[in-house]
Design a binder for this molecule. Structure first.
Ligand SMILES: [Zn+2]
Length: 301
């Protein structure tokens, strides 16, 4: 069993913000290679109106494909009941609902206040969804490009409301405003309120602190992390947001600390080749892939 669970969100968070579209066949090949590298959870797409985000128009087909990969938990994002119904119909194992703690971000993103969005997720949780997990992700939990400061009390309150009816709750630094001291403080406060319902951490590397924030969350007991291959990512409705914490570097950090991720590094690089092939014009990042593994490096497991 891995000590740390890494969820690859590149096919959703990465591609929805990429300047170029990845063809469906290339997405499937990439997801297959990610699973072959040992990633057991992949967020493969988002059930939003295709007119809004054309890169996610093929999500139902991609979910159906990914479901056939043995041992893979297939995650999709949904912003409302309609998206949730489409996710269930397509066969997603888990659906993540983003609930922004920033009122301004929430209103521009989903045209609802944070509290109205919590009620929308409650409506979804009441909809029959046998065998489908629900996660409430508190987005802009560490700051917002529109509103600036997001009060920690708001984050705790929204996380507590979501914990009433979600299987799990995550905290997301959607726009890369977090620092490690803040991460420790906010995760600790939310943990005190909702206990083990607090599962995941989602960081962006906008100011280069993504990996430091991931370590801070680890030290607060978090064992589930979102990241994206090559640091793809951002948020189309949050100006200034840039890529997620880089999967390759996150795997390297944990493995070099002796913490098993279950991920095979050479196979991860093979998946990275497919990402580059599928999106040849998109900038792809990653310190470890560029430098290579250190001499004498041994994976933890
Ligand atoms: Zn994100």
């Amino acid at each position: 069993m891995p000590s740390v669970h890494i969820c690859e969100v590149g096919p959703r968070d990465g591609l929805q913000n990429a300047k170029h579209l990845m063809p469906t066949a290339a997405k499937k090949a990439w997801i297959q290679a990610l699973a072959a590298a040992g990633l057991r959870e992949i967020e493969v797409g988002s059930f939003v109106p295709p007119k809004l985000i054309p890169a996610m128009a093929d999500t139902a087909e991609v979910v159906a494909f990914a479901r056939a990969i043995p041992g893979l938990k297939v995650i999709a994002l949904a912003p409302n009941l309609k998206g949730f119904q489409r996710a269930i119909e397509a066969g997603a194992h888990k659906v993540t609902f983003p609930v922004s703690a920033s009122r301004q971000h929430s209103e521009s993103n989903v045209r609802m206040t944070p509290d109205q969005m919590v009620e929308e997720v409650r409506r979804c949780a009441q909809w029959p969804h046998p065998g489908v997990e629900i996660e409430g992700a508190v987005s802009t939990a560490f700051g917002c490009t529109m509103q600036g400061v997001v009060p920690e009390d708001d984050v705790v309150r929204i996380a507590a409301a979501l914990a009433e009816f979600c299987d799990a709750v995550a905290l997301a630094d959607t726009v890369g405003y977090a620092n490690p001291a803040q991460v420790r403080r906010v995760f600790r406060r939310v943990r005190e309120r909702i206990g083990n319902k607090l599962e995941g951490a989602h960081f962006h590397d906008t100011r280069g602190l993504g990996i430091a924030n991931a370590l801070a969350a680890y030290e607060e007991g978090v064992r589930s992390f979102d990241s994206s291959m090559g640091g793809l990512g951002g948020c189309p409705f949050a100006p200034g947001a840039s890529g997620n914490v880089i999967t390759e570097d996150l795997v390297f950090m944990f493995e070099s600390m002796g913490l098993s991720t279950g991920i095979d590094f050479p196979k991860l690089l093979a998946a990275r080749d497919l990402l580059v092939k599928g999106l040849p014009l998109e900038p792809i990042y990653g310190h470890t892939p560029q430098a290579g593994l250190p001499k004498g490096f041994r994976a933890s497991a």
